[in-house]
Ligand binder design. Structure first.
Ligand SMILES: O=P(O)(O)OC[C@@H](O)[C@@H](O)c1c[nH]c2ccccc12
Length: 261
């Protein structure tokens, strides 16, 4: 079993339990459930920098990144830095995150928020809305085409945007459909942890122009962004590079200032 299979196996147990403990009807009672969402796709289209900054305490590939920052400060700092959006990891077991982190981020800033999660059930999409997300991530490698279709349609009906993540040609081919807003190419192979920006370059030409293109993972300097921009990328998802520092917001701010120079 590779790590992704393990994560998904654990996730399905977790979701089953959550559903038993808190029925959907109760999740929908959250005041945030009817909130007006903010478009990340629009922000990326109108931005010259396109940074989506992530809150990530640890990961299976790097173990601990940073356990000392609090989400409130990180969200405020990212907003002040001028990022387009914030990604919040909500998986507890492998990434040390929680839905509570998402809620805290929502209470701390007005950025579009992405629920970064291994979504395998519609219940998690209802949760995303109820805890203040604007965007959900769908990972092509763990979903069937039919699931991508029904999950993205549900998200749209809740006014959530969808970032669909792919890592190769096959995943991209099964995923292209009108209910998606953004297409993300993960430079990291979630099965082997290998990282290469070449993945973004290779797949860019296969992504139709009506989707906002996002390059994800392994971006650690502005040169990487300058390298990817000619391939049509408007969004750049960065986690570790900011989170490994003492002040994630400040490091995002410096990064964006350098990009603008
Ligand atoms: O920390 P990095 O290398 O900048 O990567 C951020 C983000 O792309 C990465 O956390 C990520 C991309 N897709 C995912 C899917 C699940 C969990 C995590 C991810």
């Amino acid at each position: 079993m590779n790590i992704l299979d393990k994560i998904v196996a654990d996730k399905s147990v977790e979701v089953k339990l959550r559903k038993q403990l808190i029925p959907i009807s109760q999740v929908e009672q959250s005041v945030l459930f009817n909130r007006e969402t903010i478009s990340l796709a629009k922000k990326l289209k109108n931005s010259t920098t396109g940074i989506i900054a992530e809150h990530k305490r640890r990961s299976p590939s790097k173990s601990v990144i940073n356990q000392n920052l609090n989400v409130f400060d990180v969200a405020k700092g990212y907003e002040k830095a001028g990022v387009c959006g914030m990604s919040v990891l909500t998986d507890a077991k492998y990434f040390g995150g929680s839905l509570d982190d998402l809620l805290t981020a929502r209470a701390s800033c007005n950025l579009p928020l992405l629920r970064k999660e291994f979504i395998i059930d519609e219940y998690q999409i209802i949760e995303a809305k109820a805890y203040g997300a604007d965007v959900i991530l769908l990972i092509a490698s763990i979903l069937t085409k039919e699931e991508i279709r029904t999950f993205s349609r549900l998200a749209k009906s809740l006014n959530l945007e969808v970032l669909l993540e792919v890592h190769n040609e096959e995943e991209l081919q099964k995923s292209i459909m009108p209910s998606l807003d953004m297409l993300g190419v993960n430079n990291r192979n979630l099965k082997t942890f290998e990282v290469s920006l070449d993945t973004s370059k290779r797949l860019s030409q296969l992504i139709p122009n009506d989707f906002v293109k996002v390059s994800e993972s392994g971006i650690s300097n502005i040169e990487a962004i300058k390298e990817l921009e000619p391939y049509g990328y408007k969004g750049f998802l960065i986690g570790e590079n900011f989170m490994k520092t003492e002040n994630a917001g400040k490091s995002a701010e410096e990064f964006i200032n350098n990009l603008n120079e």
